[in-house]
Design a protein around this ligand. Structure first.
Ligand code: NAG
Ligand code: NAG
Length: 281
């Protein structure tokens, strides 16, 4: 009798166990929901330029000649942003970003570990590897030893409570930093928690301060919340009256921007997004 009372309590943990290797914020978001995977996740397969493969069935998107000056002016509403068929392939994006990562670390020492970790976390979480790469590039340019900002936003994904880089075990340290950004830390939810907010599922109880109804399983809206911590309407280019370009930067990176000045300058010319006064250092 007595032991049976424990079953309902033990069962969820037993089921969740294989998926909760990472101690994130809550356990509700360990994988992208299946309906969102259909729309937003492509399993990584090697991108053979000379061949047609699953990633290039439709319009093969061409790697931009000048990744410094790519910028995408869409929106301002989240629903105006394009689907993943308008993102380059992971291999194309890696080729564009690899030199940036190398520059950020002043060596190519960590490039392979970084790429492997992105693919592993993508495969586990079903957050597309290209989205994870774009977030990392936006947050840290792939600089594995980057300082914490606002004292606690640390690591490759500049996430509160994230593991720091550990020179003695770079490989696992890099993966931990990425998991912290995707799954969250004990202190704050990760990108996946926001991304998983869609109309078909009740808002997770841990996200009380976010109007999760507005995210609608949209990765750009999730990126906006990852950056600002809130979302006030379906317009991603303004943030409580200030213009905010984070979601547009993520989109632009998915379309081949390498984060350098030319694209930033181009963003100032986007019609109706309010980026005119953006500071491009
Ligand atoms: C990619 O191309 C190489 C060399 O042509 C070939 O050996 C390999 O099987 C191809 N991979 C895929 C996934 O098509
Ligand atoms: C990477 O981060 C470290 C630590 O903050 C910093 O010293 C270094 O200058 C950064 N690399 C580049 C290229 O900015």
């Amino acid at each position: 009798m007595r032991s049976s009372q424990y079953i309902p309590f033990l069962l969820p943990f037993a089921i969740a166990w294989p998926y909760t290797k990472h101690q994130g914020y809550g356990t509700s978001s360990t994988q992208l929901h299946e309906n969102l995977q259909d729309a937003w996740y492509t399993k990584y397969t090697k991108d053979n330029r000379s061949e047609v493969n699953t990633l290039s069935t439709k319009n093969r998107l061409v790697t931009p000649n000048d990744p410094t000056s790519v910028y995408s002016c869409v929106g301002p509403k989240a629903e105006d942003f394009p689907g993943q068929d308008e993102w380059l392939t992971f291999d194309q994006l890696w080729e564009i970003n690899e030199p940036v990562i190398e520059k950020a670390n002043r060596a190519s020492t960590y490039n392979d570990d970084l790429q492997a970790a992105i693919k592993e976390v993508a495969s586990d979480s079903k957050v597309d590897a290209r989205l994870i790469l774009a977030l990392i590039m936006q947050e840290s340019s792939g600089n594995v030893t980057i300082h914490c900002t606002e004292s606690t936003a640390c690591g490759l994904m500049q996430h509160r409570g994230s593991h720091p880089f550990s020179p003695s075990s770079p490989k696992s340290g890099i993966k931990s930093m990425i998991e912290d950004g995707v799954y969250g830390t004990p202190q704050v939810p990760g990108f996946l928690s926001y991304f998983n907010c869609d109309a078909s599922t009740p808002a997770p109880s841990e996200l009380t301060w976010v109007n999760t109804q507005l995210i609608k399983g949209n990765p750009y809206a999730a990126a906006h919340v990852y950056n600002t911590g809130h979302i006030d309407d379906d317009t991603l280019s303004t943030d409580r009256g200030k213009s905010n370009y984070y979601a547009h930067d993520i989109l632009s990176r998915l379309q081949g921007w390498n984060g350098w000045r030319g694209g930033c300058e181009k963003s100032r010319g986007c019609d109706g997004l309010g980026f005119e006064d953006r500071n491009c250092w």
